[in-house]
Design a protein around this ligand. Structure first.
Ligand code: GRF
Length: 205
């Protein structure tokens, strides 16, 4: 990875296994981006620990410390801009970003979701797929727009649901897929290979 690799910020709320996959991909040169910043809205998030262990600047920005959502997001934007961030990757960030934030980084925010969108948006993609009884689910990486789990889709991968799958076993399968897919999608963005037209995304080779 060169010093000129574009800087990315990863926003997390929890375990940060996707953050770890991104950090590992960057370390191994499979992703030519530099994780410059990790932000969490939860002080105890394991993701922060993973970032610090990797020598990445990591801050818990607790919304409780801000009078309004707008003030909170202004701080997130300030930190991202100060770090020279080009792309923002949401990886289990349990907060809906406002249109102001989305416009600030238009077409430069990615999200990963544990279901085949537009099916099963929201917090419990795997649980909802199991409850519905679908036989196939998967992972989606998409660009973030003003609506939740809604923006143009970059990449999806399907996996069958086995009759004996529980939420835990299904999540484990989905995580393995996520850890492969997310760095790949980020690399497409870094390489400028993604063309967006309305809802349609074309990846130029
Ligand atoms: C992932 O399943 C992702 O799809 C969803 O939140 C989860 C985050 O997991 N948006 P982790 O914190 O990366 O382990």
């Amino acid at each position: 990875m060169t010093r000129h690799a574009p800087a990315i910020a990863v926003l997390c709320s929890g375990q940060g296994t996707n953050l770890q996959a991104i950090l590992d991909a960057a370390r191994r040169g499979r992703l030519t981006a530099r994780v410059a910043l990790v932000l969490s809205d939860r002080p105890g998030a394991k993701a922060l620990e993973r970032a610090r262990r990797a020598g990445v600047a990591a801050y818990d920005v607790d919304p409780k410390g801000y009078p309004t959502k707008a003030a909170y997001e202004r701080e997130l934007i300030r930190l991202c801009e100060a770090a020279g961030v080009r792309f923002i990757c949401l990886a289990g960030f349990m907060r809906v970003l406002s249109p102001v934030f989305v416009h600030r980084f238009r077409s430069r925010i990615l999200n990963i979701h544990p279901a085949l969108l537009p099916a099963f948006p929201g917090t419990h993609g795997a649980r909802d797929a199991l409850a519905w009884g679908v036989k196939v689910t998967g992972v989606t990486v998409h660009l973030v727009d003003e609506h939740v789990d809604h923006g143009p889709i970059l990449l999806q991968e399907a996996t069958p649901i086995a009759p004996n799958d529980t939420e835990a076993t299904l999540l484990a399968k989905l995580h393995r897929i996520e850890h492969r897919l997310y760095p790949r999608a980020i690399q497409w963005m870094v390489d400028g290979k993604v063309r967006v037209r309305g809802r349609t995304v074309r990846v130029v080779r």
